[in-house]
Design a protein around this ligand. Structure first.
Ligand code: PEP
Ligand code: MN
Length: 361
């Protein structure tokens, strides 16, 4: 891709490029107060959603076009650049007619090629800056496809936003980072700036700082962070918004490692190792579930747990395969013996449940 640098007059080219502001524009006072506090702390690009894609109806769906006037006031009063989310061609036209400097495309929209094409068509002939969030699902091709549609419409000041990926199970993160996906995006499109959105990845204030640091360690170009003058009272995404003061503290404590002598390659490799380890554990758990089903089958059909022939076959097969793949026979043997032992233990539990520790009451 033949991209142009984002280059915004008065905005430092040092990493990270910072964009901050509330999840949603709620009232004129909230927008202006948040903007003033952020501008006073050196933030040059203000974000606020005016059209809000909400998971369920009944929530605050954004103030709509009225909010464009508030963003204009932010520009006039603070000199900041302003950014908002667009999801339809109409949004694009209205935002451009009101001098919005940066448009971003949300995760629910970038997952939809029809919507992306409609937006791309509406952008033809303009040279506004466009940021494309990753789609909600972890599909790198879909993300790249969305970026390509915007690029093909002639937009050259383009960046990606990594905001994490939806999962059913929301344990730590609101949206799983899957760092290997933006890392692969960087490999495939090395000139495309990548901005991290720790607010939507973390979903909670406490996670913003560590995610920002991780993004910097992975050499991301920027951060888009939700900041609100009164986060607890926010009409959307209250749990993940921070005050401009906290934002300032987080940014000032970030360690930005020097490109030349930094260890970001090492950090990227370690991140890949972490992802592999996660997969290993998941595979082991899935394997154990199947083994337990086998245990149930054996119980129902009165088959003994240990069938030496089968165990021997597995060991032989993988120790010889290991050698052709450059792994030592001993190593693979140790791994498979341990897996087998654990499998037998699970099956024994099914065939002959053990009395609880301390004996039977
Ligand atoms: C947002 O930035 O407020 C937003 C709705 O984000 P996402 O599309 O990442 O969910
Ligand atoms: Mn939000």
């Amino acid at each position: 891709m033949d991209l142009q640098p984002l280059k915004l007059k008065g905005v430092s080219e040092e990493r990270p490029l910072l964009i901050a502001g509330p999840c949603s524009a709620e009232t004129e006072e909230q927008v202006l107060e948040s903007a003033r506090q952020l501008a006073a702390r050196g933030i040059k690009i203000f974000r606020a959603g005016i059209w809000k894609p909400r998971t369920k109806p009944g929530g605050f769906e954004g103030i709509g076009a009225e909010g464009l006037q508030w963003l204009k006031r932010v520009k006039a009063e603070t000199g900041m650049y302003v950014a908002t989310e667009v999801a339809t061609a109409k949004h694009v036209r209205e935002a451009l007619a009101n001098d919005i400097d940066i448009l971003w495309i949300g995760a629910r929209t970038s997952a939809n090629p029809f919507a992306m094409q409609e937006i791309a068509d509406a952008l033809k002939g303009t040279d506004v800056i466009v940021l494309v969030k990753n789609p909600v699902n972890p599909d790198l091709d879909l993300w790249i496809g969305a970026i390509e549609r915007i690029y093909n419409a002639g937009i050259r000041r383009l960046a990606a936003i990594h905001r994490g990926f939806s999962t059913f199970d929301k344990k730590i993160y609101r949206n799983l980072p899957h760092w290997h996906i933006p890392i692969e995006l960087r490999r495939l499109l090395p000139n495309l700036p990548i901005i991290c959105d720790p607010s939507h990845i973390g979903g909670r204030r406490e996670l913003i700082a560590p995610i920002c640091q991780q993004a910097m360690d992975l050499n991301f170009d920027g951060l888009i962070i939700e900041a609100h003058c009164n986060p607890d009272k926010a009409w959307s995404d209250a749990a993940q918004q921070i005050t401009p003061e906290v934002l300032d503290y987080i940014v000032s404590t970030l360690v930005i490692r020097d490109e030349k002598q930094s260890t970001e390659n090492l950090a990227q490799l370690r991140r890949q190792i972490d992802e592999h380890d996660e997969k290993l554990i998941e595979t082991l758990v899935a394997r154990m579930r199947v083994s337990e089903e086998i245990g149930t089958y054996k119980k129902e059909h009165n088959i003994p747990i240990l069938q030496t022939g089968r165990y021997d076959e597995i060991l032989q097969k993988y120790t010889s395969k290991a050698q052709t793949l450059g792994l030592s026979e001993d190593f693979i043997k140790t791994v498979f013996v341990a897996i087998h032992e654990e499998s037998v233990r699970h099956q024994m539990e099914i065939l002959t449940p053990q009395p609880p520790e301390g004996g039977l009451a």
